[in-house]
Design a binder for this molecule. Structure first.
Ligand SMILES: Nc1ncnc2c1ncn2[C@@H]1O[C@H](COP(=O)(O)OP(=O)(O)O)[C@@H](O)[C@H]1O
Ligand SMILES: [Mg+2]
Length: 266
């Protein structure tokens, strides 16, 4: 069940997609938007990732699933430049980015919405959103992006001048996502966006993820709730103790009880 991740596998998928659409099998596959190649990442002397390889094609929603401590957040931190891999490469839009400063990674089009929501409780909703566009110099451009955020998240518009600390958990998650979108990323990485939310609020968050993707943003999603994750994502990678144990299309993973039991606790 272990599927080797490599560019040829991306080519295989594209070919399969092309064949399904009745297209010629000779259509060249586009290279993946993001390719993580055999990265090893350490915290001090402890190696947390033992050679992670994965890819994300433009337009996809891809999920990283697996138990607590498996290395999902560490993978996102390495991609976003918060951690520098000890070895291996990360290729974004054809360019190597491993070890690049986080600010440059944002400027290159990758936004990271981390596990801990980190909204600034003593700042207003509006000010929190503006932080997401800190690289944008033009005031009118920031205003344009704020208008889009408030259009998408009407509940945030109603609370524009309210301190973020007064928002509910779900509203704070929407704010964190809205802030990440203020950099107008091509890839949005979300780390456990439904954590601690009611099932209803979690559904709203996943609906927002779908909508963001419909607007052309590629999504890399980390989720503990595998059924929610596989309902949103078209493919997923299964992590265990710093390695990828399997990767497949979501429907195949859902139809593989042995795998779900082995790695994901059912
Ligand atoms: N800041 C940190 N310092 C030291 N070790 C860490 C830190 N963050 C995570 N780890 C360790 O790295 C491994 C992977 O953790 P993490 O990426 O957070 O897993 P996941 O997101 O899948 O739950 C775990 O063994 C965890 O204890
Ligand atoms: Mg995590």
């Amino acid at each position: 069940m272990l599927i080797e991740d490599s560019v040829p596998s991306a080519a295989r998928e594209a070919k399969a997609a092309g064949a399904a659409a009745g297209a010629s099998a000779t259509v060249a596959a586009a290279p993946p938007l993001l390719s993580v190649q055999d990265i090893h990442v350490c915290y001090g002397k402890a190696e947390a990732l033992h050679g992670i390889s994965l890819h994300v094609n433009a337009g996809e929603v891809v999920a990283l699933i697996g138990a607590n401590g498996a290395g999902k957040s560490t993978t996102l931190r390495a991609i976003s430049g918060l951690l520098k891999p000890a070895s291996g490469q990360i290729v974004w839009d054809g360019k190597p980015i491993a070890g690049m400063a986080a600010e440059r990674v944002v400027a290159a089009g990758i936004a990271h919405c981390p596990e801990e929501r980190h909204v600034w409780p003593e700042m207003t909703v509006r000010e929190n959103l503006m932080l997401g566009a800190y690289l944008v110099k033009s005031k009118s451009e920031v205003e344009r992006r704020l208008a889009i955020a408030f259009h998408r998240f009407s509940r945030l518009k109603e609370r524009e001048r309210q301190l973020a600390g007064t928002l509910s958990g779900g509203e704070q998650q929407m704010l964190a996502i809205g802030r990440a979108l203020m950099s107008e990323p091509r890839l949005l990485m979300l780390d456990e966006p439904s954590l601690g939310l009611s099932p209803k609020m979690a559904d709203e968050v996943f609906e927002v993820v779908r909508e963001i993707n419909r607007h052309g943003v590629t999504v890399l999603l980390v989720e503990q709730n595998i059924h929610n994750a596989l309902a949103v994502a078209s493919r997923a990678y299964v992590f265990e103790t710093g390695a990828i144990k399997a990767s497949d299309r979501s429907e195949n993973l859902l139809n593989n009880p042995d795998l779900l039991n082995a790695y994901l606790g059912g």
